[in-house]
Design a protein around this ligand. Structure first.
Ligand SMILES: *Cc1c(COP(=O)(O)O)cnc(C)c1O
Length: 227
């Protein structure tokens, strides 16, 4: 695996995908999703200029944080159980997977204890697949009014995952629906739709065309040359 080359390749694809977008390359938050990758790989990513690291499991995030610390900005992107919030609240800047009032209350409680404000994105289950986490599209607005008084949570956007498909075009309508939803949400206290976190290795180009400004990339970064 040649990380530098892969980062370069993805950066080129990001630029091309933005040709008809209001965003430019520097507006895009590129989150490298490191999951089972090693700490050495994270350090190499840092050398390649990648400064946003995403983890889907609390245990992995904690393990890597113990070595890497605040050299990068940490994103919790996977489903988060309430009883694990306490392990990551001091470490992460972004939580992409807020999807229940009880989780919001737990984040608020833990963040207020350490005097920190956490940026959170609401995870939306656009496709309605049962295997996916996230709020139903029709529940998002009411949810925001329930939690926007929490002082240690800033809602900064929405996140979604499209159903897995071999054809990235199949993701387009789900990304478009998320963008539509974000555009209907007016800023209220502690809520501002600054970020759309959508697009992974297989569909990030389509996501960017549909208005994503946060993409979460794993496999495309760590692929080998010969394929
Ligand atoms: C693993 C994961 C990603 C990255 O997926 P790839 O297909 O490896 O790019 C993005 N978002 C979430 C929530 C994930 O769990």
């Amino acid at each position: 695996m040649n990380l530098e080359k892969n980062v370069e390749e993805i950066s080129e694809k990001i630029k091309v995908s933005l040709m008809c977008s209001n965003y430019s390359f520097n507006d895009i938050m590129f989150v490298a999703v490191t999951k089972t990758e090693t700490i050495e790989t994270v350090e190499e990513l840092i050398r390649c200029g990648v400064l946003h690291i995403g983890e889907s499991r609390v245990q992995e995030l904690v393990r890597k944080y113990e070595v890497i610390g605040d050299k990068v900005i940490w994103h919790m992107i996977g489903h988060l159980q309430k009883n694990k919030v306490k392990y990551i609240v001091d470490k992460v800047s972004f939580i992409h997977s807020l999807d229940s009032e009880s989780l919001a209350l737990e984040i608020e409680k833990r963040a207020s204890k350490i005097g920190k404000v956490i940026n959170c994105l609401i995870e939306v289950n656009i496709s309605g697949e049962e295997s996916k986490h996230g709020l139903k599209l029709s529940d998002v607005k009411a949810f925001l009014f329930k939690i926007n008084k929490l002082k240690h949570i800033n809602i900064v956007g929405l996140m979604t995952m499209a159903p897995y498909s071999n054809d990235a075009e199949n993701s387009r309508k789900f990304f478009n629906e998320l963008k539509e939803l974000a555009s209907e949400i007016k800023p209220i206290d502690n809520v501002c739709m600054k970020y759309l976190s959508m697009g992974m290795s297989n569909d990030f180009e389509v996501a960017l065309q549909e208005g994503a400004n946060m993409i979460r990339i794993g496999r495309a970064l760590f692929k080998n040359d010969v394929q």
